[in-house]
Design a protein around this ligand. Sequence first.
Ligand code: PLP
Length: 218
Amino acid sequence: MKDRLAQVEERIAKAAERAGRSRGDITLVAVTKKFPAEVMREAYNLGLRVFGENYVQEFESKHPALADLKDAEFHLIGHLQSNKARLASDLFQTIETVDSEKLARRLNDAGKNLEVMIEVKLSEEESKAGAAHESLPALIDAIRACPNLELTGLMTMPPWNDDPEVTRPYFRRLAKLAREHRLDKLSMGMSHDLEAAIEEGATHVRVGTALFGPRKKE
Ligand SMILES: *Cc1c(COP(=O)(O)O)cnc(C)c1O
C-alpha cells in the first residue's frame, strides 16, 4: 500500500503541476468500499485522513473499529436513500451525493451540522443517481435554506470509460456548473482518470483501486 500511495501521490503532484495548481488544493479521498477496517487503519497510518465509503450499512459495521481515529474524515460517496439519512448523518462528516430536495430535508432534520455536495448526473447513460443539471438551481436554493447543511460543491461519476479523454468533457462541464453556482469544491476523478480531473479543476479525487488493489466483484 505504501508504494501504491507513493505512485498516486506522484500522479496527483504531476497533474497539479501541469495545471499550475497547488498540491494542497487537492484532497485525496481514499475509497475503501469492500475493504475491512484494518485496511483503513493501515491507510491512516500511512497518512491518509479522508475516506470515501459507498454503503451506509457497510460503514456502520466498520466504524466502531475506527472510532479512535479522531482526525479522520468520512465521506459518503454512494447513493443515499432518504430513509437512511439520519443514520448517514451520524456516521459521516460529508455527504457527497445529495441529489434531491427530499434527501436534503431529511439530512437537515437529523439535526447535525453536515457538509454536503450535490451529485450531478451529466449523462442519460448514467445510473439513476444524481440530480439532472436542469434541477440544480432549485436544489441548490433548497439546500442553502437548510440551517444544518453547508453546501460546498458538486460531485459526479461519469459513464465508465477507459479513456480519460472521453471523460474529460464531463469534468469540464461539472467545473463550469460549479463556477456558475459559486461552489468551490469539485469531487471528480478516480483511479484511472484522476489526472484529467485535476487538470479540469478537481478539489477531491476519489481513489480506490490504485491505492488498495482490485475489489471483490460487486
Ligand atoms: C468505487 C468508487 C470510486 C473509486 O473507484 P476506483 O476506480 O477504484 O478508484 C470513486 N467514486 C465512486 C463514487 C465509487 O463508487
